[in-house]
Write a protein that binds this ligand. Structure first.
Ligand code: SR1
Ligand code: MG
Length: 419
């Protein structure tokens, strides 16, 4: 479709429009007129098609010029597809095999054609269904550590990293969504907010808590001004697809440079919300085992992050930060410095974790873990516990030593019976 003006694809038009593109046509195979095309996008922003033919299947993801969740009244630039493409390329280089392969990119049409993850299912739905995924914590911890470390000036040449920061600075409207919906709206009665009936007392407590809002703003300032590494930017359990034994990370269109603790903090939040929502999804005799498994995955992820980060520190520290010439070449260990960096990342991560929990329950974009609980009398107390945990991890983040403390805190909040 080179040279065409932008036009959203439809199930009917897709074979005609993408059939002539060799990288697409050859992978799907056969006569495009006989391709099977399904629109499966259930996210907030884009069109997503699964297209299959005689030789295989691909996913076609096309940006819409507005927020799908809201409609044309909220315009959104198409260029986000370009940043998604840039992010996928960098993720594939820094953690090979962790993201879908891209077969074709069309900037004008704002579309990426990618590997179809056939047997994989969105992780959030697996967590709601009670399915377990082998190796999940290790995969996610390793991935986040590789992305954090290898995209930073601990590893990259400074000129290359600064050029990339400049490039991603062009992705303006997407971070603006995060800045409003995640960092600001949960903490006041913003227009697009909504929350479950019955939560008003907890919401009033949070919004009346000046110390909490001050800490949330400190974290926001860090998010807005710290360009440590390239972030996925929206790494929740809906951005991961898994089989029983294998996982991939998808959807990095919110990629931007930001603090190293952001992505792993978002993931931590999403595991905690999955944990808190479980009483509505599991029979009593399965609850303890499955909730325990979720906390184990979260703990494995945080441990794998640290282990992989230390490994990269030892073998890939080629950038301008913490150079060997200041430490090892002087006969001095840099291990304490590495531990200090990790402690700072962990503290930030717990702060971002609390904010992500707040926004998923109070702001515009909620998650299926709670939204699929039909009865608000069941949903509200589970959300209330999550909100109060979120408050505690934000305010007490410097004192949470690691996953043991965090799991203990989650178990304690889960036993509380507010509101
Ligand atoms: C208007 S977009 C709302 C949310 O959907 C995306 O998936 C991001 O999580 C964003 O915050
Ligand atoms: Mg997404």
């Amino acid at each position: 479709m080179p040279g065409d003006t932008y036009q959203p694809l439809t199930v009917e038009s897709l074979p005609r429009r993408l059939g002539p593109v060799p990288e697409v046509g050859q992978r799907i195979g056969g006569d495009p007129a006989h391709w099977s095309v399904r629109e499966v996008g259930d996210g907030n922003l884009n069109l997503v098609f699964i297209v299959s033919g005689s030789d295989g299947a691909v996913v076609v993801k096309q940006a819409l010029p507005y927020v799908r969740l809201i409609g044309e009244s909220w315009p959104l630039p198409l260029y986000r597809a370009l940043f998604e493409n840039h992010a996928l390329t960098r993720q594939a280089a820094r953690d090979p095999g962790s993201v879908p392969e891209v077969f074709h990119f069309d900037e004008t049409q704002a579309l990426n054609v990618m590997e179809h993850l056939g047997p994989h299912v969105i992780l959030r739905y697996k967590l709601i269904a009670g399915d377990k995924v082998e190796g999940l914590g290790a995969f996610l911890g390793n991935h986040c550590a590789r992305m954090a470390f290898l995209g930073s000036e601990l590893h990259m040449a400074s000129a290359a990293k600064k050029a990339d920061v400049g490039l991603f600075a062009g992705n303006v409207e997407i971070p603006a969504i995060t800045e409003a919906l995640i960092f600001t709206d949960p903490y006041y009665a913003a227009e697009m907010n909504h929350h479950t009936e019955g939560l008003d007392p907890v919401v009033a407590t949070l919004r009346g808590d000046v110390a909490l809002k001050t800490e949330a703003q400190r974290l926001f300032a860090k998010f807005a001004s710290n360009t440590e590494t390239m972030l996925h930017g929206d790494l929740h359990t809906g951005s991961i697809m898994s089989t029983a034994t294998e996982s991939r990370v998808i959807d990095p269109e919110f990629a931007q440079y930001g603090p190293m603790g952001f992505d792993i903090g978002m993931l931590t939040a999403n595991f905690l919300m999955a944990y808190f929502s479980q009483p509505a999804h599991r029979p009593a005799d399965e609850l303890e085992d499955y909730q325990g498994w979720i906390l184990d995955v979260m703990a494995d992820m945080l441990a794998a992050f640290d282990t992989e980060f230390r490994r990269l520190w030892a073998s890939e520290r080629t950038g301008m930060l913490y150079p060997r010439r200041l430490f090892e070449d002087q006969g001095q260990s840099s291990e304490p410095a590495c531990e200090a960096v990790l402690a700072a990342i962990r503290e930030d991560a717990f702060g971002f974790c609390g904010i992500e929990i707040h926004r998923r329950i109070l702001s515009l974009a909620h998650n299926a873990d709670f939204e699929s609980i039909e009865d608000p009398r069941v949903r509200a107390p589970l959300e209330a516990r999550s909100l109060m945990l979120g408050r505690e991890v934000i305010l007490e983040r410097t004192g949470i030593a690691g996953s043991n403390d965090l799991c203990a805190l989650a178990r304690r909040c889960a036993e509380e019976t507010t509101p």
